[in-house]
Write a protein that binds this ligand. Structure first.
Ligand code: GLU
Length: 472
């Protein structure tokens, strides 16, 4: 192993090649699946205060085998072409894996959001959108951005508004971006979606008693200890939902300002509130601070959850990992070099392209909602409610017994939009895990979950190319 760290994109390529070697697809087809189909780098001026700043930005469409392409937009001073290419590639495999019918894409704007005012960020976002429109790199059937690190529903609202100003009268224009505020054609359940998906994914993988035994764990997520790196959107919801709905125990949290731990468990909701008020997680009641922020990697726990940026677990620190499972809530948090070390240690890595696919899955639901121009549940909610009520009343009449008001509400509830979104997400995560696990268990040569996930995704994209007649 050389001492030089592979780039993020090289790491993704290495993982792809490792899995591709275990398939029977022709070389040319595999090459076509692997490469980035379109890379758009832009440099545009934005007036900040009294002077102009040149902003460097990207949109990479990794695969056009299905359209539109899909993937978030990252705002970070670390954005570069290699990173956006890697992230766009992962989007293709992610979408294929969870049967979201899109090609992969990703955008990046090289700015540190904390250094700009809201007004300045709005200017940057709107100008970026104009650049995308000008080059035909955005549209409901072309390429559909979404939030990512450093962006959220606010930025998506600016994007859709800019797009609509330029495309007046386009009936499906709301579907040009997802992750919008609910009041602006967004969908309920999108904000929490990635974290909720991580929870469903972990719950599913821990539901196989024999698999748990092999990892030296008892079945079920309840009582499992977790350490989370990053309290952004993904880390916050992963922690909160795993505690509230899974009874898991978050014993450590790491952020820019440091790492804290409490073996008895940390209340993530309270911690988020605390951080908002104090600007730091340090000093949160009941917790102790680790001497070195980066020591989160080596914390004793069942599940280590990197939920921030790529390459956080690399060949320099991989040896330190003591967790049984690494749950990749972020994209690319474990480098290919680190993975070699971790697999030798018997640590199970739940790959990003599966585990964090909840975001794009619910984005897909939002896109469908926008194209159908109707909220989920609007048509059937009342009908279902009436049907269940009649059923319950009939059973009560026939048995001569009555149930409590609480039970009645529970049994007769018609689905709201958020219920349907969560149900669709859970179904997606369970089905996709089943497929990955099947490959992992059945194919002797497949030694890890990432390769199994890659193989499944590659097979699906390959089959799409063959259906298109590109590779008959
Ligand atoms: N940025 C998210 C991801 O990495 C969501 C993408 C989307 O919803 O299109 O999966």
């Amino acid at each position: 192993m050389s001492t030089k760290q592979a780039s993020f994109y090289q790491s993704v390529e290495r993982n792809f090649d490792k899995a591709a070697a275990l398939t029977n697809h022709p070389k040319g087809l595999l090459e076509q699946i692997k490469v980035c189909n379109a890379i758009y780098q832009m440099n545009f001026p934005v007036k900040i205060g009294n002077s102009y700043q040149v902003i460097e930005a990207y949109r990479v469409q990794h695969s056009h085998h299905r359209l539109p392409t899909k993937g978030g937009i990252r705002f970070s001073h670390l954005v570069n072409q290699d990173e956006v290419m890697a992230l766009a590639s992962l989007m293709t495999y992610k979408c294929a894996l969870v049967d979201v019918p899109f090609g992969g894409a990703k955008g990046g704007v090289c700015v540190s959001p904390r250094k700009y005012t809201e007004e300045q960020l709005e200017k940057i976002t709107r100008r970026y959108t104009v650049e995308l429109v000008r080059k035909n790199f955005i549209g409901p059937g072309i390429d559909v951005p979404a939030p990512d690190y450093g962006t959220g529903s606010r930025e998506m609202a600016w994007i859709v508004d800019t797009y609509q100003q330029l495309k007046n009268g386009e009936i499906d224009s709301a579907a040009c971006v997802t992750g919008k505020p609910v009041s602006q054609n967004g969908i309920r359940g999108r904000t929490e979606a990635t974290g909720r998906g991580v929870f469903y994914g972990l719950k599913e993988m821990l539901s196989y008693p024999n698999d748990c035994k092999e990892m030296g764990l008892s079945p079920g997520i309840a009582g499992k200890t977790m350490v989370i790196q990053g309290l952004g959107n993904v880390g916050s919801y992963t922690g909160t939902i795993s505690i509230e709905e899974g009874d898991a125990k978050v014993i450590g949290v790491s952020e820019i300002e440091g790492t804290i731990y409490n073996p008895k468990g940390i209340d993530i909701k309270k911690l988020i509130k605390y951080r908002k008020e104090k600007g730091s997680i340090i000093g949160f009641p009941g917790t102790k601070k680790l001497e070195n922020r980066d020591d989160w990697v080596g914390m004793e726990c069942d599940i280590l959850v990197p939920a921030a940026l790529e390459s956080q677990i690399n060949k320099k620190n991989a040896k330190k990992v003591k967790a049984k499972i690494i749950a990749e809530a972020a994209n690319g948090p474990v480098t290919a070099d680190a993975e070699e070390i971790l697999l030798k240690k018997g640590i199970v890595i739940v790959p990003d392209m599966y585990l964090n696919a909840g975001g794009v899955t619910v984005s897909y639901f939002e896109w469908l909602k926008n194209l159908s121009h109707v909220r989920y549940g609007r048509i059937e909610k009342r009908f279902d409610q009436n049907a269940y009520t009649n059923l319950v009343s009939t059973v009560e009449k026939l048995t001569g017994k009555t149930i409590s008001k609480r039970e009645r509400t529970l049994l007769t509830k018609g689905p709201e939009e958020v219920d349907l979104v969560r149900s669709g997400l859970e179904e997606t995560m369970i089905t996709a895990y089943g497929q990955v696990r099947e490959i992992y268990k059945r194919k002797k040569k497949v030694k890890d979950l990432r390769s199994a996930a890659f193989i499944n995704a590659i097979n699906k994209v390959a089959s799409d190319y063959m259906t298109l007649g590109v590779f008959p």
